[in-house]
Design a protein around this ligand. Structure first.
Ligand SMILES: [Mg+2]
Length: 310
């Protein structure tokens, strides 16, 4: 998108490249993320110029003189309902599993190499998923089953006890929030209806939410057995949310992004450094309803831009 900017226009943008460090100023005009701007004046103290094209991630255009004196004006907003995934979106989870995987490989190292252990454990988990569902308890049972298979039944009761203790340690693990989560939710809560949608063991997810200190931000908490189209469809119907007003934020393309896009909603992918192989999926084609952020801190600015364009 290309837009011409009048000479002397004051410009405020959300990121560190701001020319006019007043992002709280009243919005008179808005230019979506990625817009190319041009004018015919050299850049000078907050005024965009130079007779060149400049690209900004998100910006607001203001008439001269408004920038430094106008009080803050929140973006409009209650129309958009925002739902968050929990594990690896709000708090660390896969790192805990990875640490246990490492100890599991060490335990079975005198029977098989790490790749064999990993592959067999994953196959067992997938075979049991329909019966056990997601979560630590299903993982622990699959880990014990795999250990019995890979040792031809030679694994000792002491070693099985250690596996049970590994599972118990995961359930008792402290909840550690990801960077920027507390600030982001605090910023969005007054402006939007927030939901938490997570899958897995109900008791474990409830425990983590309670430990996180984030529960008060969410109007509704949905803990489901799987996050597919039918699950999201049921949630939207239950809470009377039109898909076009729904935006899901999560780390998993498979569970948080693709089903929501298929229903006509919008989705924000915030990748986590580690990803369970079961959650792998190819990125969808961007169509104005799918976004990727490096950090949850970037979400309020994106939401503001979406709200302004509605
Ligand atoms: Mg997740």
């Amino acid at each position: 998108m290309h837009k011409c900017v009048p000479v002397g226009t004051h410009l405020c943008i959300h990121d560190a490249d701001s020319l006019c460090d007043q992002p709280q100023t009243r919005v008179h005009n808005y230019v979506p993320t990625g817009t190319w701007l041009c004018t015919d004046q050299e850049p000078n103290e907050g005024r965009l110029g130079g007779g060149i094209f400049m690209r900004y991630r998100a910006c607001r255009l203001l008439p001269p003189g408004v920038c430094s004196v106008t009080p803050a004006a929140p973006m409009p907003t209650r129309e958009l309902v925002i739902a968050f995934d929990a594990d690896d979106t709000l708090w660390h989870n896969e790192t805990i599993f990875e640490n246990v995987h490492m100890r599991y490989r060490e335990m079975l190292a005198h029977y098989h190499d790490a790749a064999t252990v990993d592959r067999t454990l994953f196959e067992t988990e997938m075979r049991n998923l329909e019966l056990y569902g997601y979560g630590v308890k299903g993982f622990t049972l699959s880990a014990i089953e795999t250990a019995i298979d890979l040792t031809n039944g030679k694994i000792s009761s002491d070693e099985i006890r250690r596996l049970l203790e590994l599972g118990r340690s995961m359930l008792a693990h402290p909840v550690e929030l990801l960077d920027g989560v507390a600030e982001t939710l605090a910023a969005l809560t007054p402006l939007h209806r927030l939901l938490l949608i997570t899958k897995g063991d109900i008791r474990d997810q409830e425990r983590k939410l309670a430990k996180s200190g984030l529960a008060a931000h969410f109007q509704h908490v949905e803990i489901v057995s799987d996050k597919n189209e039918s699950a999201y469809h049921a949630i939207l119907r239950r809470h009377d949310i039109a898909p076009t007003r729904f935006l899901m934020v999560g780390n998993s393309l498979k569970s948080d992004i693709l089903p929501v896009l298929a229903l006509g909603g919008s989705a924000v992918h915030v990748p986590y450094p580690l990803m369970w192989a079961h959650e792998h999926a190819e990125p969808p084609r961007a169509d104005g309803r799918f976004f990727t952020l490096d950090n949850l801190r970037e979400l309020p600015a994106l939401i503001a831009s979406l709200s302004a364009n509605r």
